[in-house]
Design a protein around this ligand. Structure first.
Ligand code: ZN
Length: 382
C-alpha cells in the first residue's frame, strides 16, 4: 500500500533559526541548505522546524551545502539533534557523504525541531539574567550593546571588595557555539546553590560573567560572526565601537575592574573531546602561568570524566601566539591564567552518551566542576 503524504512545512523564522529550503515538496526527502552568516562566508549552524510530519514515517533531510561549510571535517562522526518540545533534544541517525549531510527521523509527532546543537534561546538568556540578578550577592554591573543594540549583560557575583581576585568567564563569542551559554547557566545554577565551596570562593574572589558575547549572531543563526561579519575572537587587538562593540565593551570593563583569571567558553566543531587551549605562545608566558595551567587541567581531570588533556589544538610556539584571540590578548595584557575552554558539538568520546552526545546538561555540569577546580586555586592566581 502506498500512502501519499502532504508536503512538509519548514520554517526558521525564529530566534537562532537558519535554513534555506531548496525543495520540500517530497516529504520523505527534503532538500535544504545552510545560510551563511551576514557579511561573512562562514556557515555551519542550522536550526529549523518541520511541520506536517507523519508519525511512524521516516522523514529524511539533506543539507546539500554541508561540504562547503566552514569546518567540513566537522561532519564526520557528527549526529544532528532533534526535539519534539524544544526541551528534550536527542541525536538522530546522520551520515556525511563528502558533499551533503543526511539525517533522518522516524517521526513520533507531527512536528519537530532540528539543530546543529541544542539551542540556547534568547528567551532563556533573558530568564537566566533575571534569575541571576535576583540572587543575593549577584548584580548587573554593566550592560554593553551589540551592533544591533541587543543587551550584553555583565554580571558580578561577590561584593567587589579591595584585594579580592577577579575571575572572568565570558561565553559564546562564536554565536553558533550554544553549549557556551549552557555552561554559563551551570555557573549561575551553582551560584544559586550557594554551597560551602561557592561561599568559600566568593569570600576571596569575585566572578565577572558575560553569558553571551554575541547576541546578534546567536539570534540570526550565525556560526561565527556578529552582525558586521566580524569574528569576535579575532578582534581583540583592534576592537571598535563600529565593528565589534561587543569586544570593546568587555575590554573596557576588564580595564576598569582588572583580571586575575580569564576563561573564554567555546565549542569546537571537529574534535570529539572537551579540552582547553592556553596562552603558551604569548610573549609574557612564564613558568608560573604554565604551572597554573597544569594545575587547572589536572584538577578538572580528577573531578570529571568530561574533561581530558590528550586531545586538543597544536600548541603555539614561543612568541607565536595569535594575539587577536581573547585568551592570548587577556593573558598578555594582565599576566594572568587565561584559557579557552572548548566543548564538542559531537560528543566527549572519553565518556560518550549515545542518546544526547554532548549536551546542554553536560555543559552545565562541566561548569560546576570548573568552579570546584578554581576554588582551591584562587590564592595562587596572583
Ligand atoms: Zn569558538
Amino acid at each position: 500500500m502506498s500512502v501519499t503524504l502532504s508536503p512538509l512545512h519548514i520554517t526558521c523564522d525564529f530566534d537562532s533559526g537558519n535554513i534555506v529550503v531548496r525543495d520540500a515538496s517530497e516529504p520523505s526527502q527534503v532538500r535544504l541548505a545552510i545560510r551563511p552568516d551576514t557579511r561573512s562566508d562562514h556557515f555551519q549552524w542550522f536550526h529549523f522546524k518541520a511541520s506536517g510530519l507523519t508519525p511512524g514515517h521516516t522523514h529524511r533531510f539533506t543539507l546539500e551545502n554541508a561540504g562547503q561549510s566552514s569546518y567540513n571535517q566537522a561532519w564526520d562522526g557528527y549526529q544532528a539533534v532533534a526535539s519534539y518540545d524544544q526541551q528534550h533534544w536527542f541525536r538522530v541517525p546522520t551520515q556525511f557523504d563528502g558533499q551533503a549531510l543526511h539525517f533522518q527521523l522516524e517521526a513520533g509527532e507531527q512536528q519537530a525541531w532540528f539543530a546543529y546543537f541544542e539551542p540556547y534561546s534568547r528567551a532563556r538568556h533573558n530568564q537566566l539574567i533575571e534569575r541571576a540578578v535576583s540572587l543575593p550577592g549577584v548584580e548587573l554591573l554593566a550592560t554593553g550593546r551589540s551592533v544591533e543594540g541587543r543587551d550584553i549583560p555583565l554580571l558580578r557575583a561577590g561584593d567587589g571588595a579591595a584585594g579580592k581576585r577577579k575571575l572572568w568567564i565570558i561565553a559564546q563569542q562564536h554565536p553558533g557555539e550554544h553549549m557556551a551559554e549552557w555552561f554559563m547557566e551551570g555557573v549561575i545554577d551553582r551560584l544559586q546553590a550557594n554551597d560551602a565551596t561557592v561561599q568559600a570562593l566568593l569570600k576571596v574572589a569575585d566572578l565577572y560573567l558575560i553569558p553571551n558575547m554575541n547576541p546578534d549572531g546567536a539570534f540570526h543563526g550565525h556560526l561565527r560572526t556578529n552582525a558586521q561579519g566580524k569574528d569576535l575572537n579575532r578582534a581583540w587587538q583592534d576592537a571598535s565601537v563600529e565593528h565589534s562593540p561587543e569586544v570593546f565593551f568587555a575590554q573596557q570593563q576588564m580595564k576598569l575592574q582588572g583580571v586575575d583569571l580569564f576563561l573564554d567558553i567555546h565549542g569546537d566543531e571537529e574534535i570529539p573531546h572537551v579540552f582547553t587551549a592556553g596562552s603558551e605562545g604569548t610573549p609574557g608566558y612564564t613558568p608560573r602561568i604554565e604551572q597554573l595551567e597544569s594545575a587547572f587541567r589536572e584538577r578538572l581531570c580528577r573531578l570529571t570524566a568530561d574533561f581530558q588533556q590528550v586531545h586538543g589544538y597544536p600548541r603555539d610556539k614561543p612568541g607565536q601566539a595569535n594575539l587577536t584571540l581573547a585568551c592570548n590578548s587577556v593573558a598578555q595584557a594582565y599576566g594572568c591564567l587565561a584559557l579557552t575552554l572548548e566543548m564538542p558539538f559531537k560528543d566527549h568520546d572519553d565518556a560518550p552518551n549515545a542518546i544526547t552526545g554532548w549536551s546542554g546538561q553536560r555543559s552545565k555540569a562541566l561548569a560546576s566542576a570548573v568552579l570546584d577546580t578554581l576554588a582551591p586555586m584562587v590564592g595562587d592566581l596572583r
